[in-house]
Design a protein. Structure first.
Length: 129
């Protein structure tokens, strides 16, 4: 839970230590990969097909970071050719609830946000250079 108390009541805790985790789970590709894997384990190429627009390199980096953070597992099978499956860990599944709540909040409030953006844009006149 975010600390919304006045500065005088706040404990000396910063989100700084958690910043890299928030950055990770909040980035475009991580959320897409996590959402895709919630339906079950997938091989790399299956995952790449389902995460629209992601490059092979970006998927590799995203999976590596998610694995490092304990959200995704990478399981190698000794077959020819070698097979690798990616799946959410229990921690990754626990992330689905707050992420889905955030997505639902966006869906419920997107019209109001877009209206506020239009109002702001109409009131803000930026002189051309």
């Amino acid at each position: 839970m975010l600390n919304c108390h006045p500065p005088s009541e706040r404990r000396h805790h910063s989100l700084g230590a958690s910043r890299h985790i928030l950055d990770r789970v909040g980035d475009k590709w991580s959320l897409s990969v996590i959402e895709t894997l919630c339906h079950g384990p997938l091989r790399f190429n299956e995952l790449k097909k389902q995460v629209e627009g992601i490059s092979q390199r970006m998927l590799t980096l995203t999976l590596r970071h998610l694995e490092r953070d304990g959200l995704v597992t990478r399981t190698m099978f000794a077959t020819i050719p070698p097979r690798v499956d990616y799946a959410l860990t229990p921690l990754g599944f626990k992330l689905l609830k707050p992420v889905s709540e955030l997505v639902e909040w966006v869906r419920e409030n997107s019209a109001e946000i877009e209206a506020a953006q239009r109002t702001f844009d109409q009131q803000t006149v930026t002189p051309l250079p």
